[in-house]
Design a protein around this ligand. Structure first.
Ligand code: AVI
Length: 340
């Protein structure tokens, strides 16, 4: 296999996937991202997109969150995969192309490559460096699997059909674990599910993990842990803002707040100004009144029925669902209707 590390724009390469390991699809111009961050912080109410959480320190803190006693989603999802891997794999096409959305280190996917008889692994992530490392690790463990990376922001319409076409007869399996779908509003989630659906063809499938509705105290503890790791994760986004916007937020002048909004079926994370003070954001001063909040994240929780409805609205026909004993987390396999 050609180990060429060249980076291509997706539309440039359409007929030239072979031998290339990293492909770049459309990603936001960094200047637009910075403008969006600035506009959000100057707005009322102030907001920051959760995508800014994940600098190196934010990623490390998120890793620590996943290991917390209170943060049940990661371990509950892993439990479902461990218990039900074979039955789930029976609903996936074999010899397929495994599309790992937001692949990170790719560890969750590697557990599927054998059971699902995967022919090709396609890691999709916005972080090109991390993607290279993931591809190398996957190739090392599975030299028989063709490994490819697409640098893309799949929260926007993405275009990997030409990449999929390059491996004819091999149906795609889109893997989106971790309940990251919960960080989109239902409208954005619908758009993403539709965009995936458009790539499935007749035999493709989506395998997705979704955090389910449960008692508010359990969910609130998961987002406001006793050790304060989630609080540090939340505050860290202000350090990211300082770096990107030449701002002077003092993260300790903001408190971490997380609560379940039952009407919207979502956890809301906010940063609350502890005292009235001003922050320099580039060349503008922004006053924060005591108690004023910055919205940093929504994490929607679904009932299985509600998520199946969302899948149906996005054009999926056949859906299967697995949950744990307490029905805290759901794993769904969805594809086109049988007669399509
Ligand atoms: C990445 N995402 C699924 C996490 C969640 O649970 O919504 C992010 C997170 N925020 C606080 N804790 C974890």
């Amino acid at each position: 296999m050609n180990k060429n590390k060249a980076v291509y724009r997706c539309h440039d390469l359409l007929s030239d996937v072979d031998g290339r390991r990293l492909i770049v699809d459309a990603i936001d111009d960094p200047a637009d991202q910075i403008a969006d961050l600035r506009e959000g912080l100057l707005g009322r109410p102030a907001r920051i997109s959760p995508k800014f959480f994940y600098d190196a320190q934010g990623c490390a803190l998120y890793g620590a969150i996943c290991a917390l006693a209170e943060y049940y989603p990661t371990r509950t999802e892993a439990l479902i995969y461990d218990c039900c891997r074979d039955p789930i794999a029976e609903h996936l096409p074999h010899g397929g192309q495994w599309v790992d959305l937001g692949c990170g280190d790719g560890a969750k996917s590697r557990q599927w490559l054998k059971p699902a008889g995967v022919r090709r692994y396609i890691g999709v992530d916005i972080a090109a460096d991390c993607l290279q490392t993931t591809l190398e690790a996957t190739e090392r463990q599975f030299p028989e699997v063709d490994c490819l990376g697409v640098v893309a922001d799949f929260t926007r319409p993405f275009h990997i059909q030409p990449v999929l076409n390059d491996c004819p007869g091999s149906a795609p399996i889109f893997f989106y674990p971790g309940s990251s779908i919960g960080n989109f509003t239902p409208e954005q989630a619908l758009a993403l599910l539709r965009s995936i659906r458009a790539h499935l063809g007749r035999d493709g499938r989506l395998l997705i993990g979704v955090d389910l509705v449960k008692d508010a105290a359990t969910v609130e503890a998961a987002y406001d842990d006793a050790l304060g790791v989630t609080a540090a994760f939340n505050r860290n986004v202000l350090r990211v803002a300082n770096r990107l916007l030449d701002a002077d937020f003092d993260p300790m002048r903001f408190g971490h707040k997380a609560f379940f909004n039952a009407a919207e079926s979502r956890i809301e994370m906010h940063l609350t100004a502890l005292t009235t003070h001003s922050v320099q954001i580039g060349d503008v001063q922004r006053r924060f009144d005591a108690g004023e909040t910055i919205v940093t994240e929504y994490s929607y929780k679904y009932t299985p029925e509600r998520f199946i409805e969302l899948l149906a609205a996005a054009g999926y026909g056949e859906t299967h669902c697995w949950t744990d004993d307490r029905a805290w987390f759901g794993v769904f396999v969805a594809g086109p209707a049988r007669d399509e």
